[in-house]
Design a protein around this ligand. Structure first.
Ligand SMILES: NC(=O)C1=CN([C@@H]2O[C@H](COP(=O)(O)OP(=O)(O)OC[C@H]3O[C@@H](n4cnc5c(N)ncnc54)[C@H](OP(=O)(O)O)[C@@H]3O)[C@@H](O)[C@H]2O)[C@@H](O)CC1
Ligand SMILES: Nc1ncnc2c1ncn2[C@@H]1O[C@H](COP(=O)(O)OP(=O)(O)O)[C@@H](O)[C@H]1O
Ligand SMILES: [K+]
Length: 484
């Protein structure tokens, strides 16, 4: 798991480390890591042109010291000092010693011919959108030829939430220090940060335990263990699906298929799309009756494509009245937003999977702080909230949160959400804790999108077909497998 640490958490750890190390040591570690990434991106230093955008804080200091290292290796470095009287003195001296030149905000910044632009305007000390001078330079950097690299955080992006309150630097790479900040991987900040490179400056053991995480394949593999010799179709977790309608069986077919392909033990379906599901998935056990007629299950998925009329409401209420884990998706979310007490009263886990418009039906728009919004709704309902997006967020009532790292825009296709709810129901049927399980489902869904889209444009059915391959990829190579 990758911990996501807020600016306050990083500062608290930094304070302890600063007191225990000689002056400037941390900034040197940061600048060395930063220069190393820049060198890798440039391919060579000699003869390249680098522009540094330098604010008055330590973020500007990082840029100046990294620039000094590049200049010492033959790069032609220009530092644009936004506030020349307050630029980091030691950093400035180092750059000048190495042969770098400096200019004010209105001087010749070299942005129209730079190979790389380092954004050291502002880091975790920033507040709000960029001021006019800084905004103008960030804008010029975005249209110039240089690779835009942010120092620690793209200036103008809120490190904790990813909110962008005005002008902001649009980076293709962000070199961040000590810990990945949530704002680099979620919301608008994610788009401004680009690829995130973490430089270890020794904060690790001093950081408070993170309250938000990103999962890796290795974390998710634990949810996708292959069956063992003593397993049977029941022991692997039986999932029940209530979805679709006679007129619109598609959602039921996709959701049931995704559940089957994720963990092919046993999937039961109950609902009016029974004929369509039977035809598509002879492996499922299907009834056109009510959930109670379906037989025993360990988790329910309810909602995709089932409508919001009285009949649908009574099915959702029946499922929520069980003492089993329930995934509420699509139409079931509309119904739950009308009667949130159906969710609040539950003792067993409930996972809600809204996109932004479905989220808003619970009374508040998502806004720029996606993790905060998901946390508030989770606490209000006493349920896990999986807020879909390009970086899907999962929040538990106790504030534990996850941000998905595998999302791909190829998933923006009709029915993709039905596939996610099938995956999630299937994983929840194993009885693992709901928030981590929901995050694992989002991770696998994203990987499936990546695997499927490698061959060209995809529709949701392709996700179902390629799920086994994505599961194998997340599990990773089998140790001792000789390939025989
Ligand atoms: N501590 C350490 O040893 C280490 C720290 N490290 C580095 O330090 C960074 C934190 O440094 P920091 O605390 O000095 O704050 P920083 O991010 O430079 O911002 C302050 C400056 O920004 C300005 N400013 C604010 N808002 C603005 C806006 N909207 N638009 C424009 N300007 C704005 C503000 O101006 P002022 O309000 O003072 O006029 C002030 O000049 C951290 O991200 C990491 O890179 C690493 O080297 C590791 C070791
Ligand atoms: N631009 C994007 N990048 C990454 N994932 C996306 C993007 N757009 C949509 N998705 C994902 O695709 C799925 C869409 O779900 P949903 O909106 O419920 O679609 P549908 O109702 O058509 O099934 C979600 O898992 C969402 O996170
Ligand atoms: K920055």
């Amino acid at each position: 798991m990758i911990g996501l640490s807020t600016a306050a958490e990083v500062r608290a750890a930094e304070e302890v480390l600063l007191a225990a190390t000689r002056e400037g040591a941390l900034m040197h570690r940061a600048a060395t890591g930063l220069a190393t990434v820049c060198l890798r991106l440039l391919g060579r230093a000699h003869g390249t042109r680098v522009t540094l955008l330098v604010g008055a804080g330590n973020n500007g200091g990082d840029a100046l010291f990294a620039g000094a290292r590049l200049a010492a290796r033959g790069a032609r470095v220009t530092a644009v000092l936004l506030d020349p009287a307050r630029a980091h003195p030691a950093g400035l001296a180092a750059l000048r010693r190495a042969g770098g030149r400096t200019t004010g905000p209105d001087g010749d910044d070299g942005l129209d011919r730079a190979d790389l632009v380092l954004d050291g305007i502002v880091g975790i000390g920033g507040r709000g959108g960029l001021r006019p001078d800084a905004a103008r330079l960030a804008d010029r950097a975005a249209t110039g030829p240089g690779i835009p690299v942010a120092v620690d955080v793209p200036s103008g992006v809120d490190a904790d939430t990813g909110a962008v309150g005005g002008a902001a630097f649009a980076a293709v790479h962000t070199v961040t220090f000590g810990a990945v900040k949530p704002g680099l991987v979620v919301g608008e900040g994610r788009g401004h940060a680009g690829e995130v490179h973490l430089v270890d400056i020794g904060l690790g053991p001093l950081l408070a335990p993170a309250r938000a995480h990103q999962l890796t394949d290795a974390d998710v593999a634990g949810h996708l263990e292959p069956p063992g010799a003593t397993d049977d179709k029941y022991s692997r977790g039986v999932v029940g699906v209530v979805a679709g309608s006679a007129v619109y069986p598609g959602a039921a077919v996709l959701c049931t298929g995704a559940a089957l392909r994720t963990r092919p033990g046993l999937v039961r379906y109950a609902g009016t799309a029974a004929d369509g599901v039977r035809a598509a998935w002879p492996e499922a056990i299907v009834t056109d009756g009510r959930p109670g007629d379906a037989g025993r299950v360990q988790a329910w998925v309810v909602g995709p494509g089932m409508g919001t009329d009285d009949a649908a409401r009574s099915l959702v209420a029946e499922v929520l009245a069980t003492d089993l884990p329930v995934v509420l998706d699509a139409d079931a979310l509309t119904l739950a937003a009308r009667e949130p007490e159906l969710v609040r009263g539950r003792a067993a886990p409930t996972v809600l999977t809204p996109h932004d418009r479905e989220f808003e039906r619970f009374g508040v728009a998502v806004g720029a702080d996606r993790i905060g919004s998901a946390r508030r709704l989770a606490a209000d309902l006493g349920a896990v909230v999986l807020l879909k997006g390009d970086a899907t967020v999962v929040a538990a009532p106790d504030g534990t949160a996850f941000v998905n790292a595998t999302g791909t825009a190829d998933l923006a296709t009709a029915g993709s959400g039905d596939v996610l709810s099938g995956i999630l129901g299937s994983l929840l049927a194993a009885g693992t804790p709901p928030a981590g399980t929901a995050a694992a489902a989002a991770h696998l869904h994203g990987r499936t999108g990546q695997v499927a889209a490698a061959r060209g444009p995809i529709v949701a059915g392709d996700l179902v077909r390629r799920l086994p391959e994505a599961v194998a990829r997340v599990r990773g190579p089998v140790l001792g497998d000789s390939g025989a």
